[in-house]
Design a protein around this ligand. Structure first.
Ligand code: SF4
Length: 338
């Protein structure tokens, strides 16, 4: 990947949300005094990755691991608390909405719930024409209509249905329309946040196939967020596995599935049902995912890891490059005891 052009660079990204309520909620009586107490959810805690042109980087993890916050922060929908996001070498994380406009054309987002993300009062044609007109004010009406028609064909939606409203379509068709809306402005980079998890299982493969076909036809790059590792196996070029707001392993998809290294990745992979009987037995993790309000010290996974030692409980492991090109954040692997 290193030889390919890097489109997106995320460096030491952090995002925390203040959940302390208003000023009066924050006041507490302690030791005879009134003190102000604030609480934060630490959603992303120092995430680093690059997305190369033409690849599909999948970010995988259980709900609450921070993957959707990564997606929204990359798209500028949330401002990071610290760290940087660059697109083609230009910092974009601190830009105003106006300065972000040219990037909004190049970077598009597809959301999990296609029903909520389509305006119920607009016809499909209106929904698809709006972003084209907005980003290309010099285009004639005929050119806009032609662009929309071409995109509708390419995602398998008959342009003749453009007069209909979102509620007249099935979930799978609505997600095709959401994909079409992203494509109408001819983006380079698409962030897809759980784009198939709200769909029936029978429809999921069709939408995934459409996304793969579109990637090839339009030379797209994806940041694909999912909780489902089995989806990643068929879709992604590389995978970043997240746990409690940190990336614990980042590897080429084939490498990750053939030889998962981090104990958390191994547990996740072992939970995928397989027909072959030579797969490792299901690894049952002890305990629950800790709350992101009070992050554990050291490795965030230490409370559930069978290999944790004193160092793991104190020192945060860094993502370290391995000989096969993957990167793993684990003291046990660095020390050669795993
Ligand atoms: Fe387990 Fe330690 Fe590795 Fe964390 S750093 S995954 S606790 S061995």
């Amino acid at each position: 990947m290193s030889t390919q052009e890097s489109l997106l660079q995320v460096r030491d990204l952090r995002k925390r949300f203040n959940i302390s309520g208003d000023f009066l909620d924050q006041l507490q009586f302690k030791g005879g005094k009134i003190v102000r107490h604030q609480e934060h959810v630490h959603a992303i805690n120092g995430v680093n990755f690059d997305v190369s042109k033409g690849e599909a980087l999948c970010v995988v993890g259980e709900s609450g691991c921070g993957k959707s916050t990564v997606a929204r922060t990359v798209m500028g929908l949330l401002k990071p608390s610290a760290g940087s996001i660059s697109y083609k070498g230009e910092r974009i994380d601190h830009l105003s909405d106006t300065a972000l406009l040219p990037y909004r054309k190049k970077m598009q987002m597809i959301f999990q719930n296609p029903y909520a993300s389509l305006n119920p009062r607009m016809t499909i044609t209106q929904t698809l024409e709006e972003p084209v007109r907005f980003h290309n004010p010099s285009m004639s009406g005929a050119e806009v209509r032609e662009r929309v028609k071409e995109v509708m064909y390419s995602v398998g939606i008959d342009p003749g249905w453009g007069v209909r409203y979102p509620h007249e379509f099935s979930g799978g068709q609505r997600q095709r329309i959401s994909i079409a809306r992203a494509l109408t402005v001819e983006p380079e980079f698409i962030v897809a946040d759980e784009p198939i998890s709200a769909l029936d299982v029978s429809i999921q493969a069709q939408v995934l196939n459409l996304m793969m076909q579109t990637q090839e036809e339009r030379d797209l790059t994806y940041l694909f967020i999912t909780h489902d590792l089995s989806v990643v196996e068929h879709f992604g070029t590389r995978v970043a596995v997240m746990y409690l707001g940190t990336v614990c392993e980042l590897a080429a998809t084939k490498t990750l599935f053939a030889e998962p290294k981090h104990p958390y990745t191994q547990a996740l992979l072992s939970a995928i049902p397989r027909l072959e009987d030579n797969r490792p037995n299901h690894i049952k993790l002890q305990g629950e995912v800790p709350t992101p309000v009070n992050l554990p010290t050291g490795c965030v996974f230490h409370g559930r890891c069978p290999y944790a030692n004193d160092r793991c409980r104190q020192e945060i492991p860094a993502l370290i490059a391995q000989s096969d090109g993957s990167q793993v954040a684990c003291h046990g692997i660095e020390e050669g005891r795993l």
